[in-house]
Design a binder for this molecule. Structure first.
Ligand code: ACM
Length: 758
């Protein structure tokens, strides 16, 4: 009994210490337990590594790392030296799991203990993250004790090498980044409509034709513009073997993805006989979802099985990813062959036909001793008996699969899609859309509350996805993946109760030194300036404040439209805006500007800074700075729904502005978004009312739907001069999206920003 109490006491001390201190050490993911002790270990050219034959692989990796990053390798000796400091790997018989490790750094030695090479490897990653603390010359590593192990067993990152192709040397670098963050699964997206990237010896046309397209989309999808440059590339089987071995040395499993039955146009460009139409097609130049999919004939199954046979021979992975997402069913519904097959197999619809497709493929993959994993659409036609699910359209698919006792990897678009914007789109390279800043990734909880403890055991972990439609080069992959990968790694490795974003961010700022030393092109969005506008001077003007997580003296600004420089004003307190002004702010670190300049154009009008009340609040996801957004003096970007708009889902916007005293005005300008491809429609009617008491309103002007159609996204409404304290603006939603528009039949969104009153 006593022993137990003592043990608990010890554990409590350990966790308290580890919780309170590691912001000073740049360790990501944060170790489960860490105590800093006395003294430093001086790593020098005289430091030796004591040989342990069990861990030859890790010995070689330590030598390689030190040679590349510190400038000298480390000598391996047979025995503990009589004098001088040393590093030692030890085989421990029991630890909490095979990935756990115990790291002890003191002035005499560094020891890493684990039951397997993986544990030693993770101990090394912790050690490597401590090396840049003092620069490259003098390496003083603080004494400490770490007991560490992962929370989840699937800690993954994905890379789409079809939309854009990345050379082997970069794929290896990407694997190094996963290793740095103790991730253990690399999902290699090798086939899609825009390019087939894996050599299959039995079907050489897959790569001679399928690996190349005759042009690509340029700019954003909605621009529908293409170049005509031949683009492509593929990995030979020898290259793939080399990458698999490289990853295995770093304790990373590679899950190959061979997409079927959809996202198959590159394969069908090579072998059109496996589509229902059989018509020749080109490798896709455009992004999106294509209707041309594999036809479920016996010949197609044989073709896919032959491909999978070669894939399985190459990749030792227990799971083979067979895609299954975004499969339009028109071709199957129009095919006499598919109709007959559905009748024969007693399948009620094309979704069940997809279930049949997946189950046949699963049977084949299982016969080779492997399992399938697929995107959550594989649930729709009935899940194959042993399939695992990757939940991407949200978490519902993962929840359903776990309740059915199927293993799950969580990868919801909301938190795990690293092709989304991570900062203000005005400052970021063109991305597919969305907004997934690092704090959102860090807040992600892979185990949904909806699951019982028993069901939760089916959540293997989570994965970050890097789709590359808008990512062309290795540098751009780094930019989108880093540092969001670090945030996800901590979610997946560190104990849940230790998760603390402020603490993570402090470690991240120190950890950037390591990324800088390795010349990794990580995004600086975490330094992005955040602005706040609030009413000032009894609602006659506004105050503009800027914050940053870093040293605030790095913020410079101008008010004359010129670009900020090191000579511009240092921002030290909120700026009062009482006339129309263009403010430009930028953040400078080490004399260099990080991120693009932030430009805010204020228009000061009669309603600026006034009190606004809304009858119905906007959707929580599109509520910007609340009702005040409508009169904060900043107009939303007319081409895009950024965080300056109020969004109402199938509801009217009804705002009352209180000028504080009777005020004369004769026109109102209202901005709205017209982005029907994103289900955002203009209002169908706008009505202006006035009131002297805020209770009884009289109509001043109504703008009908016909008149609104003459304007795209902004309208100025003029009327005879009014002199009242209150003004009401009603923008009526169209409610349901009409036929002929994307999302027809669903609720339409109405996005409104500044209501300018003159
Ligand atoms: C996906 O993003 N289509 C899985």
């Amino acid at each position: 009994m006593k022993l137990n109490i003592l043990f608990l006491y010890f554990v409590t001390i350990l966790s308290l210490k580890s919780f309170s201190q590691p912001a000073s050490l740049p360790l990501i993911p944060k170790p489960a337990e860490l105590i800093i002790t006395e003294g430093v270990f001086k790593l020098s050219a005289q430091t030796v590594l004591v040989q342990n034959k069990l861990f030859k692989n890790e010995e070689l990796l330590l030598q390689k790392y030190l040679l590349e990053h510190v400038g000298n390798s480390i000598k391996v000796v047979a025995k503990i030296p009589a004098k001088g400091n040393y590093i030692h790997f030890k085989n421990k018989k029991t630890l909490i799991d095979t990935e756990a490790y115990h790291l002890n750094i003191n002035p005499q030695h560094i020891s890493i203990e684990a039951t397997s090479g993986a544990g030693i490897f993770y101990g090394l990653q912790t050690l490597f993250q401590l090396l840049p603390l003092n620069g490259n010359q003098l390496i003083n590593i603080p004494s400490l004790v770490v007991n560490d192990h992962p929370r989840y067993k699937w800690r993954g990152m994905h890379l789409d090498c079809s939309r854009h192709f990345f050379p082997v040397n970069f794929v290896k670098m990407y694997i190094d980044y996963l290793a740095m963050y103790k991730m253990n699964s690399f999902h290699w997206h090798l086939t899609d409509d825009q390019g087939w990237r894996i050599e299959i010896k039995k079907y050489p046309v897959l790569t001679s034709t399928g690996a190349y397209r005759n042009g690509s989309m340029i700019g954003h999808y909605r621009d529908h513009t293409f170049d005509s440059i031949k683009y492509g590339g593929y990995y030979t089987q020898d290259e793939i073997k080399d990458v698999i071995a490289y990853a295995a040395q770093r304790h990373i499993n590679i899950v190959p993805e061979i997409e079927m039955p959809g996202h198959a146009v590159a394969a069908l460009a090579a072998y059109p006989q496996y589509a229902c139409s059989g018509k020749p097609v080109e490798v896709s130049k455009q992004w999106g979802v294509e209707s041309n999919v594999f036809c479920p004939t016996e010949e197609t199954f044989l073709f896919l099985e032959n491909i999978l046979t070669e894939v399985i021979a190459l990749f030792p992975s227990k799971y083979i990813h067979i895609g299954g997402d975004e499969v339009p069913k028109e071709e199957w519904n129009n095919s006499a062959y598919c109709k007959a097959l559905m009748l024969k197999e007693n399948l009620k619809d094309a979704h069940e036909l997809q279930g049949y497709f997946m189950k046949r493929i699963e049977k084949f993959v299982n016969s080779k001793g492997r399992k399938i994993i697929g995107w959550d659409e594989i649930l729709e036609g009935g899940l194959a008996p042993n399939a695992a699910v990757m939940s991407w359209r949200g978490t519902e698919g993962g929840i359903t699969a776990a309740k059915q006792k199927h293993f799950v990897v969580m990868s919801p678009g909301s938190h795990c899609y690293f092709d989304h914007y991570q900062g203000n789109p005005d400052n970021e390279p063109v991305a597919i859309g969305g907004y997934t800043p690092i704090e959102k990734v860090y807040a992600y909880e892979p185990t949904p509350d909806e699951l019982t403890a028993e069901e939760s055991k089916y959540i293997m972990g989570a994965q970050g996805n890097v789709w590359t439609e808008y990512i062309h080069t290795p540098e751009e992959v780094e930019y989108m993946a880093m540092p969001r990968m670090a945030a996800l790694a901590e979610v997946l490795w560190s104990p849940k109760q230790q998760r603390d974003y402020i603490n993570f961010r402090s470690r991240l700022l120190l950890h950037f030194k390591l990324l800088d030393q390795q010349k990794i092109n990580y995004a600086k969005s975490v330094y992005e300036l955040k602005t706040l506008v609030s009413p000032a001077n009894q609602n006659t003007s506004v105050l503009y404040s800027v914050t940053t997580i870093a040293d605030p003296t790095g913020i410079r600004y101008t008010t004359d439209s010129s670009e900020p420089s090191l000579q511009s004003h240092i921002y030290s307190e909120p700026i009062l805006i009482n006339k129309s002004t263009c403010i430009k702010t930028a953040y400078f670190k080490d004399d260099k500007q990080l991120n693009k300049t932030l430009t805010t154009n204020f228009i000061i009008h009669k309603a600026t800074g006034k009190t606004v009340t809304l009858k119905d609040l906007p959707s929580p996801n599109f509520s910007a700075d609340g009702p005040f957004t409508l009169v904060n003096g900043i107009r939303g970007n007319l081409g895009r729904f950024d965080n300056k708009w109020l969004g109402f889902c199938a509801k009217n916007m009804e705002a009352v502005i209180d000028f504080g005293e009777p005020t004369s005005y004769s026109n109102v300008t209202i901005d709205y978004l017209n982005l029907t491809e994103s289900w955002i429609h203009p209002p169908q009617k706008i009505i202006i009312y006035t009131s002297t008491d805020g209770l009884n309103f009289s109509e001043v002007k109504t703008v009908s739907s016909d008149e609104l159609k003459k304007y795209n996204n902004t309208i100025q409404i003029t009327f005879t001069v009014q002199h009242t304290q209150y003004l009401k603006v009603v923008a009526e939603s169209i409610g349901i999206i009409p036929s002929g528009f994307p999302g027809a039949g669903n609720e339409a969104n109405l996005f409104i920003d500044e209501i300018v009153v003159e």
